[in-house]
Design a protein around this ligand. Structure first.
Ligand code: FES
Length: 188
């Protein structure tokens, strides 16, 4: 048995320790937002957070993360979140229509979220460096960069005006585009 906390919920899993974490999260826990891409830790589609740090879960054996805290894209915001309940990164992604096919986007959002947690005001170079391991076959890189800058601005504004942030006033202009595949942004 291996214990693991995923999105704040503790699980005791009867799974072989060499099973990749991505398989466990998708097939055992049923959280499908994290995607299988290359299977070799090279594309970033499977990115989750281990104790807040981005990791490649397609090559991470379950035994290596036993007893630790994993966050998936589903853990960033509540199920069926209103626009105001999404994180600034998710809101910026929606507002700037970042996804194209969407396949890579949960990994992109997890990487961007980790970047902004450690560097709240990243430069273009910081963004390109931090996101360089997350491949997008649709070439959404310019929109990803813009969305990270926008999210950084939203986070900075909420720090400077926490009451407005609590009231949703800072993010009230955000609407969910009908054409956007939102499942990659939260629950997929
Ligand atoms: Fe299609 Fe990134 S949006 S692979």
């Amino acid at each position: 048995m291996i214990r693991l906390t995923v999105n704040g919920v503790e699980h005791t899993l009867d799974v072989e320790g060499d099973t990749p974490l991505l398989w466990v999260v998708r097939d055992v826990l049923g959280l499908k937002g994290s995607k299988f891409g290359c299977g070799a830790g090279l594309c970033g589609a499977c990115t989750m957070h281990l104790n807040g740090q981005p990791i490649r879960t397609c090559i991470m054996p379950l035994s290596a993360v036993a007893g630790q805290n994993i966050t998936t894209i589903e853990g960033l915001s509540p199920a069926n979140a209103t626009p105001q309940q999404l994180t600034p990164v998710q809101q910026a992604w929606l507002e700037l229509n970042v996804p194209q096919c969407g396949y890579c986007q949960s990994g992109q959002i997890m990487a961007a979220t980790a970047l902004l947690a450690s560097n709240p005001q990243p430069t273009d170079a910081d963004i390109d460096n931090a996101m360089s391991g997350n491949i997008c076959r649709c070439g959404t890189y310019p929109r990803i960069r813009s969305a990270i800058h926008k999210a950084a601005g939203m986070m900075s504004a909420s720090v400077n005006n926490p009451q407005a942030a609590r009231n949703g006033e800072l993010f009230s202009e955000v609407t969910l585009p009908q054409a956007t595949n939102t499942e990659e942004l939260s629950h997929g």
